[in-house]
Design a protein around this ligand. Structure first.
Ligand code: APR
Length: 263
């Protein structure tokens, strides 16, 4: 693997690979949202929330045990995330669509910032924190509920599903839950048939998303990792661009644009 950092030859090689690429998959994790000021799940467990165990806040068991606690935690995180804006890394990923025939973003993030940045095809493997669904999924999985049309006593806990009366919960994937099957299947398929996979800001520790670069590598896809740190994905990456995505990805787009201008 070439690890020569931001050597111009490496950047040129990445740009050339992207020019030749017809299907690009961009797999992202919490690192891509870091420059937008979004705390990771664990980072957000501060202040008032410091004494809580993630098992109580982000599992179906935790929600059954104390729906109000879980709902309040998500309202707190939603308020933080609602203030965030896409950063230069998200914008650069969206800009890649100008140069590459098809770009699909597969994200583990629940913050919606890729969509806000303008990426048109985003697979949100872990859901969307601003949406809600019925805890019983009474009309099929997922039964999304628009809570802006509901009135309820916020001191008492989450609203109730207007169809069945079960509690409403955030439409995110909790620990111990399966990923949405259609999204996961599409992500796996695209990981196998892509020309290039950019792996950005993910620790590669959380399954099943962490297995996607391995699937891609087995299928002969060129893997380019963007991360300031070494991860379990680094050893299977063909190239590594070391640094924050908000710095590196605009450089990638600039190199791509520069190459085009020279034609
Ligand atoms: N730019 C790019 N990458 C960065 C940056 C940055 N500015 N800062 C940190 N990183 C990298 C870290 O080096 C690390 O490898 O981002 C990665 C973040 O790792 P995690 O916090 O483990 O995030 P992620 O891989 O998305 O975790 C997956 O775990 O907590 C659950 O469901 C949650 O979706 C999340 C999942």
């Amino acid at each position: 693997m070439n690890t020569s950092g931001q050597h111009p030859d490496l950047m040129r090689a990445v740009a050339q690979a992207l020019r030749d690429c017809r299907l690009l998959v961009v797999l992202t994790g919490a690192g891509v949202s870091k420059e937008s000021g979004i705390p990771t799940f664990r980072d957000a467990l501060d202040g008032l929330w410091a004494s809580y165990d993630p098992q109580r806040l982000a599992t179906p068991r935790g929600f059954r045990r104390d729906p109000k606690l879980v709902w309040d935690w998500y309202q707190h995180r939603r308020a933080l995330i609602a203030q965030a804006r896409p950063n230069a890394g998200h914008l650069a990923i969206a800009a890649l669509e100008r140069y590459i025939e098809k770009v699909v973003v597969i994200t583990q993030n629940i913050d919606g910032l890729h969509q806000q940045a303008g990426s048109r095809d985003v697979i949100a493997l872990h859901g969307d924190i601003q949406r809600n669904k019925c805890f019983a999924n009474c009309q099929g999985d997922p039964t999304y509920i628009d809570i802006s049309t509901l009135t309820w006593d916020e001191e008492a806990g989450p609203p109730r599903c207007p169809h069945c009366g079960a509690y409403v919960r955030p439409a995110v994937v909790w620990f111990e839950e399966m990923l949405p099957p259609a999204e996961l299947e599409r992500a796996m398929y695209l990981s196998r048939v892509a020309d290039v996979m950019l792996v950005v800001g993910t620790s590669g520790e959380v399954q099943p998303a962490a297995s996607l670069p391995f699937l891609a590598r087995e299928s002969g896809v060129l893997i380019v990792e963007v991360n300031p740190a070494i991860t379990p994905i680094t050893r299977i990456a063909h190239w590594r661009l070391a640094g924050p995505s908000a710095v590196i990805l605009p450089q990638v787009v600039a190199a791509l644009a520069g190459d085009e201008d020279r034609d």
